[in-house]
Write a protein that binds this ligand. Structure first.
Ligand code: BDR
Ligand code: CA
Length: 338
């Protein structure tokens, strides 16, 4: 995994272009520890075209010295019907940016002038696996359709990569889209199961830890007032609908930093405590589709089912928030907790 002392590590971020994906991408673009080779895009929070636009929007706001390649991948889950989260992330998947205007009436987020690559995300993943081998980490922030499709196409090449850090699943915590399932695994459980049984080293950053990483609305608004910039304005704008959803449905005016925590774990694995577990994903459940089921029995068959995942079960929230503040353009000390 990534060593803080060493050279930046080659990574690919695979994302479904939602609000917390955008915050995680800002971190990746600002992180000296990561060498972001490309962003591959998958349908999830929103359709793949809009998700790619959202990634390009983030890139156009952060303006990194080197623009990452942005490549579109799968338009729908492997088996299940498409299911999105526009009701949570906004109709565009990114807080409905079209509604914001500057004082002179012009659009704050005008039409983009950059476009995605013509290269397919699956080909790009396989090419990167071949080129960078075990130095490559994939940070997967959406449904695992792209990654699973690459494994189906050429599992041997995908097995060359060092690790996949996955935001997904819930081992001991309840689900967030159903009682049993976390959103990314629920959207494409078949893909998640293919990845679980791939033999590639996996780190699972699930709801067990991401629900311990909340960001309050007040912090985002104060940050914008104290440090006005294109990035802090964008953070306040894109999180509006997402945070209001949590206020209206969960009584907490803010959001959980699901994808940013996965990004942080890729940068600094010492932020979390992990357990080696054997996990399968339910693909056929009546009530439990997308559930990440860990075998935690004492008498489980270790030989037949050796651990396939390092699952994060606890997080140092304070240290995570420091890293998030530093890389996420949120300045000053962030209050921890709700
Ligand atoms: C995950 O679901 C998506 O809506 C978020 O972007 C995150 O990746 C959290 O369950
Ligand atoms: Ca996501």
């Amino acid at each position: 995994m990534i060593n803080l002392q060493n050279q930046p590590v080659p990574v690919i971020v695979d994302t479904d272009g939602g609000v917390d994906d955008a915050l995680a991408l800002i971190m990746a673009l600002n992180s000296p520890q990561l060498d972001l080779k490309a962003v591959t895009v998958v349908a999830g929070n929103i359709n793949v075209d809009q998700a790619a636009n959202n990634v390009l929007r983030v890139v156009s706001i952060v303006k990194p010295n080197t623009l990452p390649i942005v490549a579109k991948g799968c338009e729908k889950p492997l088996v299940k019907q498409t299911f999105n989260a526009a009701g949570i992330h906004g109709a565009d998947g990114l807080g409905e940016l079209d509604r914001f205007q500057e004082a002179d009436g012009t659009l704050r987020y005008p039409k983009l002038t950059i476009e995605p690559s013509t290269e397919n995300a699956i080909d790009l993943l396989l090419k990167a696996a071949q080129e960078y081998g075990d130095s490559l980490t994939i940070i997967a922030l959406g449904p695992l359709t792209n990654v699973a499709t690459a494994i189906q196409k050429d599992g041997a090449t995908m097995k060359k990569i060092g690790r996949i850090v996955i935001m997904g699943g819930a081992v001991t915590a309840p689900g967030n889209i159903t009682a049993a399932a976390e959103f990314n695994f629920f959207v494409d459980p078949d893909a998640a199961q293919i990845v679980m049984e791939s033999g590639i080293p996996l780190t699972l950053v699930g709801l067990d830890v991401t629900m311990k990483a909340p960001l309050a609305r007040q912090v985002v608004e104060e940050n914008l007032q104290r440090h006005p910039s294109k990035v802090t304005q964008f953070i306040a704008d894109c999180t509006g609908i997402y945070m209001a959803f949590h206020r209206d449905n969960e009584g907490f005016y803010g959001c959980y930093l699901h994808d940013p925590l996965a990004m942080a774990v890729a940068i600094d694995p010492s932020l979390v405590k992990t357990e080696s577990l054997y996990i399968r994903v339910e693909t056929q459940g009546r009530f439990t589709t997308g559930m990440s089921l860990a075998d935690r029995r004492d008498r489980r068959d270790h030989k037949a089912n050796p651990p396939n995942v390092e699952a994060c079960l606890d997080v140092d929230t304070e240290r995570f928030m420091q890293l998030f503040a530093q890389l996420g353009n949120l300045l000053g000390n962030l209050p921890v907790g709700i």
